[in-house]
Write a protein that binds this ligand. Structure first.
Ligand code: URA
Ligand code: SF4
Length: 197
């Protein structure tokens, strides 16, 4: 299992499938525990991540760590990745084409790790994975689509200039890890939104 993830990591590092490969310093593969119960999915690497080749290394990453810690969780217990693995110039939102070209890597990460739940961080991810919008209205909710559970919350970057949102993110992390405990104990959890396809 670890070997398969290692292979994806290598493919991402060398990938030139889209234009973003021309402007990046480093591609940013997912990182964390391959036995994680939850995968956190962000939008795309920013400046710090592009420099270091690791996800959520800057201020947004720090906010994510703080919120996880408030729920008693260390970063290395979870797996963290992004929709798009290379930094878009000037941190613009990745285009639909870029997201589409990169999506196979995320699909493989999910297939290998088989998380109990996927944590959707912010609007771009909500839109890409679940065709949703206005995450602020749906945060804290559980979605089921094709037998996969998702938990919706705000993007850690959105909490940087908004103190209220850091409390929201912390509250959501507590709920998420409570849900994960219930899932591990094979308890029935409430599904807020069911996608039928
Ligand atoms: N924001 C993201 O969405 N992903 C990162 O890796 C860093 C900041
Ligand atoms: Fe490849 Fe994804 Fe980077 Fe594009 S963003 S070059 S598809 S790894």
């Amino acid at each position: 299992m670890e070997k398969k993830l290692q292979k994806i990591k290598q493919q991402v590092t060398e990938c030139t499938k889209c234009e973003l490969s021309k402007t990046r310093n480093n591609a940013v593969p997912g990182k964390g525990n391959y036995k994680a119960d939850v995968i956190f999915v962000g939008e795309a690497p920013g400046k710090n991540e592009d420099m270091k080749g690791e996800p959520f290394m800057g201020i947004a990453g720090n906010k994510l760590s703080i919120a996880l810690e408030s729920a008693g969780i260390a970063r290395d217990e979870v797996y963290i990745t992004n929709i798009v693995k290379c930094r878009p110039p000037k941190n613009r939102v990745p285009t639909t084409t870029e997201r589409g070209t990169c999506q196979n890597y995320l699909e493989k990460e999910i297939e290998i790790i088989k998380p109990k739940i996927i944590c959707v961080l912010g609007n771009t991810v909500f839109n890409s994975l679940l065709n949703g919008k206005e995450i602020i209205k749906f945060r804290g909710k559980v979605v089921r689509k094709n037998n996969q559970l998702y938990f919706l919350t705000v993007h850690p970057a959105a909490t940087i200039y908004n103190q209220k949102l850091i409390s929201v993110l912390k509250k959501d992390m507590k709920k998420l890890f409570k849900l994960i405990k219930e899932l591990k104990d094979e308890k029935k959890i409430k599904i807020d939104i069911e996608y039928t396809s």
